[in-house]
Design a binder for this molecule. Sequence first.
Ligand code: HEM
Length: 383
Amino acid sequence: MTMITDLDLGSSIRVAAIRELDPLAADRACFLLREQNARADVPAMAAELRRLVPRLDTAEGFDPQQSVAAMRDLGMFLGSIKRHGPEPLELVPEVLPVLRILGHRTDMVPRDVVHHYCTWNPTGGRQRMYLGDVQEAYLQESVRMVFPHLREGLELCAILSRTEVHDPKFALLTQALTDHVETMVTSISMVVANVTPEFFARELRAYFDEITVGGEVLLGPAAAQVPLWLIDQAIWASDLSEPSHEEFVRDSVPYSLPRWRELYEDWTRVPSVVSRLVEAYGDDPAEAERRMPDLRDGAEALARLLRVIVVFRGRHLGIARKAYDADLRLFPVGSGGASVDLLKQIIDLTRATARLTGARQGHQPPAGRAPKAGAARAQGRTA
Ligand code: HEM
């Protein structure tokens, strides 16, 4: 069996093709799932899942796009069964080898992730939904609309991480990245306007619960898998983060696309963009700007990018706090396995990083955060 890791399943052409696919002939079953969820009819869901599970030779014959579409549809049943209590693989153990084949074929985890549930999901009459509620559709759309922008943004980060901070291209690239990241603000604003914390907490959250696949606990298709954490990694988090955030990022890596895992590995080994900027400014910012006239534009562009990320995180923290309020929530932590306290810590870290870049432009003393010891070592390794 060939595994096509260099096939970009996130490209717009492939996304469109995957949405069209129905390799398990599951359109009708996926539609009826909404009713089964409303009735909490686990026997009906389990029977349908058993019927959908393809023969192993059929699954092995799927190309990567069909494998993604099959994982998407099986995943809807896995999450639904778990929402009502049972571990889905205990009820339908024959799905395990198929999940493994599909995961292997796409070089991804052997269950559905947020991109199956949102980006690779058809729209209109064939849209796969747990509940069929318009608020669920808004949440799916919120991820679908940011996906192509973050994908482009990550490729810009790859260029940025190889561009000198005093290069005139640096500010232009950073501004282009900011334009893509702005969609996160549009997305969360749409969610805040159209999704109530009650709906998320009481109706939808339970469908994103973790399940056990062959002894391995795998998280559900949570929005926390949207790769903003990977943009952070390139810009500041590879050497300006803190252990609990680093752990959250490490836990998110397996749920991402192969290309993004590759980028994570690359950026873990090199100093972050912000650390390079701080280094370039050195102890005498005014003199550094005289020597490198384009440095200031770069610093300003980075500060703008970080402000946009802070705006997203501020609005996101607002709705997360409400949905995970002790009186409302059914689960103590998010479906990505982290708490609202961690979200607060991430926004604080992002703000502190923004201050670090701002301080340079204002020619003020450093804001009190220095790259970690490892960053200095990593700096020695950069090109
Ligand atoms: C009702 C709406 C939402 C709630 C209650 C919510 C809640 C949470 C919680 C509790 C976390 C912590 C990690 C975890 O899931 O375990 C988290 C993380 C995250 N969420 Fe959401 N979320 C919501 C909507 C969204 C949307 C619409 C997006 C983006 C399109 C998003 C993107 C993220 C990201 C990127 C993280 C990782 C942490 C970060 O980078 O700041 N969330 N969310």
